[in-house]
Design a protein around this ligand. Structure first.
Ligand code: TNX
Length: 542
């Protein structure tokens, strides 16, 4: 009895002690759910603890703001005010050290993270890489690190080594602030969110038929009149040049380039409604046929168009034979380029259905000259492939792969935004609703989280060589959304997937693996107070 009883008792004690044991510290770095997935992760089996003795050291002055940014990210949830100090070498235990002297060669956006039991070293050849490494570090702490109120630790990070760099250098999103206006604060939050996923471009669609959203000092009515409404007839809004510069500076600190777009020569009703003189020249009929008749009676200013609050596209155009047209275009491009430090200006160029084809081509050719005169690179939607474009120009593919091929044949660079898989304004399915309101559209497709993830930049259009491919952009058109909650509901959780498509090696991505990582990431999006769609394709862990 005694002899048989002992092993059983021993087994029971063992079982109890195992089942009562609290979850141990995280020690397997390879099991962490990082989005976008890093290029390489190795574990070393320990963990680093962030506590109220932790200090951040930065190797030189220009890293200081990143040290402070890192400290700020941890402050609300931990309650620690982690000091940031400048020192050329890490002084040892309990430190997080940021340095631009990486041990190995790394791409300029790349970074290496070495995490030991005692210290963390984040190195990158450029500040941008340090910023990217900080985003990874955030995701290695428990999800509640994103909370705005103090939470209970411990704040443990699995030890190991991450070496990481992007597949494509153009990883962006477009936000349409024309159909519905979004405030400076909203745009800043969107910048925070996209940059957390290591996206580095925010393309702002600043004008359309329904509204003009950026102050042009030489044409004040564009905003004073043309900016005062939006889809559905709301009050609209616009950014002063100072506010735009504030957005640009905020983005710069997060390594996001702002690409301003003024949609030309179509999608221009807000301007035609603001200035009668832009309506002179050849008359375009509603059916899109041009007539030789001039609308301008001698000595009389032509009529302004009415403000437009619907969602039809392709009915408005500038007129090529109106002398005011190019004065307007020159002024607008000059003023915006002067306050845009990034190297790009987007001239739109899409859906100019009522612009005669020859005029359209001349328009694009002239826009290109004006953009270059202002020392920027021209970007346009894929239709610009019909004009005289070359390797200096950038074409944004959205619908017709033939235009993408044409652009590649002209040696232009290409950004992929295939609407069937990459449009954030497409509904997830036929039932997509937020707060009882149907949002999104589906002219291109319904895009569930799995089809948003399961495509490749390199094969999005046939016959395009990698050398022509800059990367991808996920556009969020705003006909059906007017609040930040609605915006987030369409952007999340698809946007982290787009970020991963642009960042992680193509051969390394699989939906079946990503969906598990995304599910675990649910708790983090919740802590970040992101209003995300709980897709049934994913098992959410919150
Ligand atoms: C097409 S994509 C457009 C936009 C609309 C969008 C709605 C593109 C270049 N033009 O004007 O807002 O569809 O999904």
């Amino acid at each position: 009895m005694r002899l048989i009883g002992f092993p059983i008792l021993f087994f029971i004690v063992l079982l109890i002690s195992f089942s009562c044991k609290p979850a141990g510290p995280p020690t397997d770095l390879t099991k962490e759910s990082i989005i976008p997935k890093p290029v390489s992760v190795a574990k070393t089996g320990n963990s680093f603890e962030l506590d109220d003795d932790t200090q951040i050291y930065v190797e030189h002055d220009s890293l200081y703001f990143l040290g402070q940014y890192l400290s700020d990210r941890f402050k609300s949830a931990t309650g620690f005010s982690i000091p940031v100090k400048i020192r050329s070498e890490a002084p040892g235990a309990g430190t997080i050290f940021l340095t631009t002297k990486p041990d190995q060669n790394l791409d300029f956006e790349g970074y290496a993270l070495i995490i030991t039991e005692d210290y963390i070293k984040l190195s990158a050849p450029e500040l941008h890489g340090i910023f990217n490494g900080i985003q990874t570090l955030r995701q290695l702490l428990p999800a509640i690190i994103e909370s705005v109120t103090v939470q209970k630790g411990p704040w443990l990070i699995s030890s190991g080594v991450i070496r990481d760099y992007p597949a494509y250098h153009w990883r962006g999103s477009m936000l349409d602030v024309a159909r519905h206006f979004f405030s400076v604060e909203d745009v800043k939050r969107y910048i925070d969110l996209i940059s957390h996923y290591k996206m580095n471009v925010l393309h702002l669609h600043l004008s359309d038929d329904q509204g003009w959203r950026i102050e042009i000092k030489s044409w004040p009515n564009l905003t004073n009149y043309g900016g005062k409404t939006e889809v559905g007839g709301g009050e609209g809004g616009f950014y002063t040049q100072e506010q735009y510069s504030d957005i640009v500076a905020y983005a710069k600190d997060r390594f996001v380039t702002i690409v301003p777009e003024i949609d030309l020569p179509g999608h221009i009703n807000a301007a035609l409604a603001s200035y009668g003189e832009l309506n002179g020249g050849t008359v375009i009929s509603k059916e899109g046929k041009s007539s030789e008749k001039q609308s301008q009676d001698i000595g009389k200013e032509p009529q302004r168009q009415k403000l437009y609050t619907g969602i039809d596209v392709g009915f408005s155009t500038l007129r090529i034979d109106n002398p005011s047209t190019f004065k307007f275009v020159e002024d607008v491009i000059r003023e915006i380029c002067a306050i845009t430090p990034g190297p790009y200006f987007h001239i739109g160029g899409d859906e100019a259905h009522v612009t005669p084809k020859q005029d359209y081509i001349s328009f694009i050719n002239q826009f290109k000259k004006i953009v270059r005169k202002n020392k920027k690179k021209m970007i346009g939607w894929e239709e610009i492939a019909q004009a005289n474009i070359d390797e200096e120009d950038i074409v944004q593919h959205w619908k017709s792969t033939q235009y993408a091929e044409k652009a590649a044949a002209k040696l232009s660079q290409i950004i992929m935004s295939p609407s069937k898989v990459a449009y954030l304004d497409m509904s997830y399915d036929s039932a997509t609703k937020f707060n009882g309101k149907k949002i999104g559209t589906h002219w291109a497709a319904y895009i569930e989280v799995d089809s948003a993830y399961s495509w490749k930049v390199s094969t999005a259009a046939p016959g395009i060589y990698k050398d022509y491919l800059l990367g991808l952009e996920a556009p969020l058109w705003s006909e059906t959304i007017s609040t930040m909650d609605e915006l987030e509901f369409l952007a999340f959780p698809r946007l982290p997937g787009y970020a991963e498509i642009g960042w992680s090696p193509e051969g390394n991505r699989k939906w079946s693996e990503y969906r598990v990582r995304l599910g675990k990431h649910g708790a983090r999006m919740k802590a970040m107070e992101i209003n995300f769609y709980r897709s049934p394709k994913v098992e959410w862990v919150e």
